[in-house]
Design a protein around this ligand. Sequence first.
Ligand SMILES: [Fe+2]
Length: 260
Amino acid sequence: MTPIYQIQSEILKYLDEWKDFVWDLDLENTFGPEPDKPYRARGGKFFKENRAEYACSTECLMSLKHMEQDGYPPDSYGLDLNQCSRWLKEGDIEERYARPIIDKSNWLDEHLGNYLGYRFCALKIWYPKDGYISWHTNWNVPSFNILFTYNEPGKDLGYWRHINPQGSTSPVPNLGENEEGLVHIPDRPGWTCKVGYYGRKSEHEKIVWHSAFSNSPRMTLGYVIFEEKLWQNTCEEIAGEQLVWPLAPYDPNSDDYYSR
Ligand SMILES: [Fe+2]
């Protein structure tokens, strides 16, 4: 995945309105595993075991049965607001808590989606401090991806990790003897974006094992695009400039990302 650190202002306007809405839900207090919380926490195995960050460790990654993974994260700790309509149907959330989220989420997909020329939002997840999404591939949905992530300025920032699949000859993560395959991308304050392709199980050099961790409340929106050219146009729309394809992979020693 390649970062885009500066997002053009029209898009930021929608992202900020969504952020303000979610922050007003006061999820730091209204989300949790307790049955009386309006927004119930699901999953969070490693969080409950008091080792949240293990979910994003290379040790955890290598302990997985790689060939048996379905593509979904085996564990996560956060609230995927995209799931509210399903929870409402299943009676897992009260209407008065779900409805405003469903409406605002539709508003975002309509506006941001129309603006960017796509409509399929796969994920709208809010993470608490020590929230995470554990290692997975999404190889069940091979696609071009756009992830928007928000970190609160002045707070401890989270991070993203993936394994560089270049040179891979199997679906097993290509970590390397000294973990040289690990790409650790620290978050930045405010909204940033990461874009890239998640390959199918047979595309060994395009499989992206990935995970993310939050050191303070943090949010990610994941949009999926199946058509490469449309995805490229969307990336350029977000960056507000023409980009050189294929995008340069992330380089921790370079500060020069799209567009600084
Ligand atoms: Fe993912």
